[in-house]
Structures are given as C-alpha cells and as structure tokens.
Design a protein around this ligand. Sequence first.
Ligand code: ZN
Ligand code: ZN
Length: 410
Amino acid sequence: MTPHETLLDSYARLTVRTGLNIQKGQQLLITAPLDAVPLVRRITDHAYRAGASLVTTFYADDNATLSRFAHAPDEAFDTAPGWLFNGMAEAFRSGAARLAIAGEDPALLAGQDPNKLARANKARSKAYRPALELITGFFINWCVIAAATPAWAKSVFPGLPEHEAIDRLWRAIFACTKADQPDPVAAWEKHNTELARRTGFLNQQRYRALRYSGPGVDLMLGLADDHIWKGGGGKSLNGVFCNVNIPTEEVFTAPHKDRVDGTLRSTKPLSYQGSLIDGIRVRFAGGRIVEMSAEKGEDAFRNLINTDEGAARLGEVALVPHSSPISASGIIFNNTLFDENAASHVAVGQSYTENIRDGSNRTQDELTAMGANTSLVHVDWMVGSGELDIDGILQDGSAQALMRQGEWAI
Ligand code: ZN
Ligand code: ZN
C-alpha cells in the first residue's frame, strides 16, 4: 500500500469501528459522491469484516445534477425521489446503519435559477422527512464523514494544481479526523472522554439562556426547557454507541424556539445545497429571524429560512473553542462537517430529540411546548470567532463567563 492508501484504510476502519460501530448482521446504507469510490470500497471491506450482512451504496454524480438544471422541464423541479427516501427510512426502521460521505462541490449550483433551486430543495427536504426523522431522533447508529473530491479540493485550494489540492485536502481530513494517529480508535476514546466532561459540566449548570456578544453580535439565546448538552459519541435508540460526525469538536443542545432575541452574524461561509452563503446578518425577535441579509448567496439563505415556519427559528446551538484543531489548521473547508467543528455555530430548523431530557418518550406536542423546533431542514452556520464572548445565564438570572474571545472560560 502507498502511504495514502494506508491512511485511507485507517480512515475507513475508524469510520466502521468508531463512527458507525457496525454490529454483526447489521445492514449498512452508504450515500457518497462518485469520486469517493476508493474510500467506499475500503469502508465496505471493513464493514463486512466487522460482520455487516449487506452494504448498499448510492452514488451521487454532480454532473447529473447539472444536467437536470440545464435540460429538465420547469415542472420537474418539484419532483424528488420519495420512493428512495421511503426505502431508506424502511431500511433504518428495520435496523440498518447509515453512512453519509460528504465531498460535493460546494458551489455546484451557483448561478442556477434560484426559483428552481428553492423548489428542488423543498421537494427534496419534504420527501426526505421520513428518513431525517429517524436520523435526528437517533433511532439508529449513523455517521457522516467526508472524502476529498477534485471539485471540493479546488474550491478549498483554488491556487493549487488539482492533484496537489486533492492531496492537501486529504492530509487535512486525515489530521482533523485523527486517522493519521498511530491508534485512531484509542485517540477517539480519549477525545470522547474530554467532550463528556464538558457536557457533564454544562448539564449541571442548567442554564436558562446563553448571551452572545462580539462585533455585530448582541444575542440572548434561550435554551429549551429540560435541554441536554450532548457531544462526542452517544448511544442510539438501537443501543449502539456511535460517533455521528467524524470529526467532531462541538458540544450542542436545543435552543428554545420562541426565546431568541437580538443580532447575530456568520463568521465562515456556508455551503448549502450547492450555493455558497457568506456574511449572514440576522435579527431575531421572539425566536424568529425577522431581518436578514447576506453578502453572498442571500437568495439561497432567504429561500432556506422560508422553507417553512421552523426554518426561520433555531434548532441547535453548539459551542466549539476557537482553538479547535480544525480551526487551527487555518483552512476554510467550505463544508459544514469541518467548518462547524472549527467554530461555535447555530442551526436553523429541526432540533434533535436527544437534546431534550427523555425526548424520545415525549409526544411532538410536549416537545414543542418545551421549546423544541420542527422543520423540514436542519442547517448549521458558523458564528464563532476569536472575538466572541458567551455567558451562561443561570436560572436565578446571574451570568457566568462561559467563553471569552472564543475560548472556554470555565
Ligand atoms: Zn452542530
Ligand atoms: Zn447541526
């Protein structure tokens, strides 16, 4: 094996063992970009060696997506493969694990008709709902990782020749995911212990809200009643301990969908369904985004928050120190899996049931009353920087310094 193949294999093994923790007899469903074939084959190998009964991969082809926008009739953009997503949901219900491999071109659909784009995204989100519910409800062990593809690598390193850009992106991925360490599985156990200590502290505080201040930021972010901070590995409802994101540096919980007020702005670009969105500024009132602008991709962001009522409200708040290894790499990845782990962030849309105490045993009405948000979408965007201060507001109203200039103050 070449050094790259050795690392790729180590990454594949880490994904199967630590990311998914595939169980004997379990099926695995993979979605991946075409350029990820060498990685998918190694993951498939490791999954079968770990006892998987059947591995099924669905490949996405960016060129096919572009063909659709170039040649499909206008009415086609309200169509989504519901049959496929229903099938995936059915597979998850019968116990299959899910692996998503990111690596798409971050600006694939830049310049396409915003109306077609909005309709296509909405149709897709709607059709995907049954599968998304099982994922956000943590019914199964699942994981998201990434593969360096030519289009993505070129967007991250525009000045480099393609092969060098791909090589640099792979090296960054291996470093951020710890796949280049002598024993990546052990390194992740240690990492999880550290994140668990952090969530343990936050869960003891029972904050009522978080207060953000920094340049262009003055926000009171209420937390859901009986919220729970999560971070690192966790046990899905099927009883399997897995790590849903590799890498992950965040600790996160559920905001209260009606109790967010003030201004907030993004600090890194966000790639959403083929559009690059940057320089977001929003004002919240009563939990809802009531004013918004973006320096880049404003239409895409407006369409996103107009998807449904919940898309203009928050479903996740996550804290990541500014000195996280991903941030320290100095690379802006134009990919949420990496960028969200380089900076504190929020997500508009659906909240995670696991972020509410005893969430999976509560009805939707109960969850909503506690402040949990519902939406067809869940999209993270980065708000952290070395200039952001965050206070935890305790139940008695007093403030506790939580982060100062982007770093933990506790
Ligand atoms: Zn997050
Ligand atoms: Zn998120």
